[in-house]
Design a protein around this ligand. Sequence first.
Ligand code: PAF
Length: 285
Amino acid sequence: MYIINKIHILRKEIILIKKTDKKIGLVPTMGNLHDGHIKLILLAQKYSDIVIVSIFVNPMQFNCLLDLKKYPRTFKEDCEILKQYNVDIVFSPNINDIYPNDIKNQTFVEVPKLSNILEGAARPGHFKGVTTIISKLFNLIQPDFSFFGEKDYQQLLIIKILVKELNYMIQIISLPTIRLKNGLALSSRNNNLNSKEKKIAPYLYKIIKKTCENLIKEDNSIRQEIINLSKNLLIKKGFSIDIFNIYDCRTLKTPSKNSKNIILIASVWLGKTRLLDNKKIFSTI
Ligand code: PAF
């Protein structure tokens, strides 16, 4: 496994790979790898000849300095895992290489359509940071495929729009959310839960699933009542709710009464940890 920290070395390597016509698969990460990342890597290996995993805790996508400082950095352990899974290249640049100038004055890439609603409204500037770093990685690595989890559903949609509207010749491949047996979606943030919160956290997906079942079963006219009941249940369990509602799968707008493309999106707090999850109700993207 080749660990590359410098952009000029990465560039040389990419030129060599491109000469061989081999397909490159990129799995972008911020490290602190878990089974969800591993599944993305295994999928990437099915599609590509060379798998590159990037590890970069991207300051531009954190709107809270404390969150950035607190973000777990486990580079040594991550590399051991990646070696075990025969990843070809780890690209782990340092901040000064990626953002040599002041981040505030950095040229950015933004997908205006979906970046300032839902998670984007709760975390101003977050998606601008994501799309800027992803564009940089796409420009540097020139992958044929790039792999993302469906847990961060809004991020996935935004990256698909980015690729389409900026004409990147990259296929975005998504993977359904990987869960613990108790239903909790895997996320680096789960490490921040204390033991009491770890017992409560699985109720989020249990309640999401039940809500979806009820939405399918019951008449469309009582959708909002069903959602409100579930919200009350979540609050009783100890969550505080930022987002818990249904949206159109493609536009993330309020779905029309008879829409068949609906997703339930949840973004809730459990203590100091923000948990994200979602479930499609009627369709596939
Ligand atoms: O989902 C993530 O881990 C990050 O947002 C990503 C896509 C690696 C960009 O920094």
